[in-house]
Design a protein around this ligand. Structure first.
Ligand code: PAF
Length: 287
């Protein structure tokens, strides 16, 4: 496994693979890798001839300086895991290597067609501009055949799919296939996240109520006369009733448009909950 820190070396290696007619699987990450990432990487390694992983805590997608500063950075441990998974190339640049000073200072402009106006986008203004900025740059450098994204960040996945399939960048990225990968959960049901590392044992036990409530809501949605609005409110009330948890939002939206829906068909419920100081997200698909 080779660790690359410059854009020029990254394009040199990926271009060499493409020249040899090899398929490239790519998993972009911000490091602090866990079994959720490992599931994406295993798939990328098994479905492609070469596997690239990036580890970059992207400053332009953080709208909270403390969150950026506290984001776990565990490069050495991550590299060991990636080596054991059979990854060929790891790209771990510095912010200066990725962006010019102007790019760091000015928000990246992109037409989201409204996909950024709800949920995470509403709560974290500018977040998805940074995500599209970094992912589009990484795609330009790696030119992957397939790129793998977890469904835990459902809105991010929807926006990347929009970027590749329907936006002004669609032609540029027409050869890239986005592969959505299911949420990986602990045995308790807690969705795996790099942020879980910041939870105490007590907080981790408390946070289990989030997924338990989402799963219970699948049954509530089947009750006679159940409406989307009722189920949405019941989820919020149930999680907020747990000591130590506070819902930021729970929205049941259409899986394609991400707009609020009144029917359960093609709906997904997306939640963000503060567990102490740690912001956790999760989601559940209805029928
Ligand atoms: O999901 C993440 O870890 C990040 O948003 C991503 C896609 C690596 C872009 O920085």
């Amino acid at each position: 496994m080779q660790i690359i820190t410059t854009k020029s070396e990254l394009t040199r290696q990926s271009a060499a693979c493409l020249r040899q007619g090899k398929t490239i699987g790519f998993v972009p990450t911000m490091g602090a890798l866990h079994e959720g990432h490992a599931s994406l990487i295993r798939r990328a390694c098994s479905e492609n001839e070469v596997c690239f992983v990036s580890i970059f805590v992207n400053p332009t997608q953080f709208n909270n300086a403390e969150d950026l500063q506290k984001y776990p950075r565990t490069l050495e441990k991550d590299a060991q895991l990636l080596e054991s998974l059979g990854v060929h190339f790891v790209f771990a640049p510095t912010p200066d290597e990725m962006y010019s000073a102007e790019e760091m200072a000015a928000p990246f402009v992109f037409d989201f067609k409204g996909l950024d106006e709800v949920m995470e986008g509403k709560m974290r203004p500018g977040h998805f501009n940074g995500v599209v900025q970094v992912v589009s740059r990484l795609f330009d450098l790696v030119r992957p055949t397939r790129a793998y994204f977890g469904e835990k960040d459902f809105q991010q996945l929807a926006i990347i799919q929009h970027m590749v399939e329907r936006s002004s960048m669609a032609e540029r990225f027409q050869d890239i296939k986005i592969i959505p990968c299911p949420i990986v959960r602990e045995e308790s049901g807690l969705a795996l996240s790099s942020r879980n590392e910041r939870l105490s044992d007590q907080e981790k036990a408390t946070a289990v109520a989030i997924s338990q409530t989402l799963f219970a809501s699948l049954e509530w949605a089947k009750e006679e006369g159940a409406t989307v609005a009722d189920v949405q409110q019941r989820v919020i009330d149930t999680i907020n009733a747990v000591d130590g948890l506070e819902v930021e939002y729970y929205e049941i939206v259409d899986q394609t448009t991400l707009q609020p829906t009144t029917v359960f068909a093609n709906a997904i419920g997306c939640v963000t909950v503060y567990c102490g100081p740690v912001r956790l997200i999760d989601n559940i698909r209805y029928f």
